[in-house]
Design a protein around this ligand. Structure first.
Ligand SMILES: C[S@@+](CC[C@H](N)C(=O)[O-])C[C@H]1O[C@@H](n2cnc3c(N)ncnc32)[C@H](O)[C@@H]1O
Length: 192
């Protein structure tokens, strides 16, 4: 399993956690940009991304890179936050404190980009209702005491506001949560 993150410290922490859980022999974390990954072509059976696309402006390069590193017939699985019809997001959110840090696109634009890159979309599901129900009951949005350990340790003082903004953004359809899968078609060689 190879992980890529643009934040060097997160790669160091991931390496440390792998050692603590005795998984270092099957994991490797590379500091790098997902739009120019330090990885060879056609080498992975599966690429998975979780809530990263909304931080990346150049969507085409991001998905081109995922396509490039996948083996033919490889799978891409993702969970991401998209823009909704309700208008601009309430800030701060976990991925942005300023408007210029957030690059939300609509689900249809995601579908078109994946197809343009060459992916075959297998599933694409909007699960915003489920995400809203879950978030509303989390301690940060429900106004409960936070546990000792949790995301607030990483996210800092604005964590509670970020989480309550996420609830508002979902309720007002300013964001949509999606998950999906896509495959890289087998490359067929044509006789000369
Ligand atoms: C919202 S976090 C999600 C982290 C993790 N996938 C999860 O679900 O817990 C977004 C992550 O994307 C990383 N990131 C943002 N832009 C990136 C880029 N261009 N290339 C690689 N990683 C990036 C950030 O450093 C951060 O770790």
């Amino acid at each position: 399993m190879t992980g890529v993150d643009i934040t060097e410290e997160f790669c160091e922490v991931a390496t440390m956690l792998s050692k603590l859980t005795r998984l270092e022999h099957v994991t490797e974390f590379r500091h790098g940009d997902a739009t120019a990954m330090p990885l060879e072509d056609d080498q992975f059976d599966l690429v998975m991304t979780m809530q990263i696309q909304m931080s990346i402006e150049n969507k085409r390069r991001f998905y081109d890179e995922i396509f490039r590193v996948l083996k033919p017939e490889g799978w891409f699985a993702f969970q991401d936050i998209m823009g909704g019809p309700g208008g601009e997001v309430h800030l701060p959110v976990p991925w942005a404190t300023r408007r210029e840090e957030s690059f939300l696109i609509a689900i249809e634009a995601l579908r078109e980009t994946l197809k343009a890159v060459g992916f075959q979309i297998e599933t694409l599901e909007d699960f915003s209702e489920e995400a809203l129900a879950w978030r509303k009951n989390q301690p940060a949005a429900a106004g409960l005491t936070l546990p000792t350990l949790g995301m607030h340790v990483v996210m800092g003082k604005q964590y509670v506001l970020m989480q309550s903004n996420q609830v508002r953004n979902l309720e007002q359809r300013r964001v949509a949560f999606v998950r999906g899968t896509a495959t890289k078609p087998r490359i067929t060689r044509h006789a000369a």
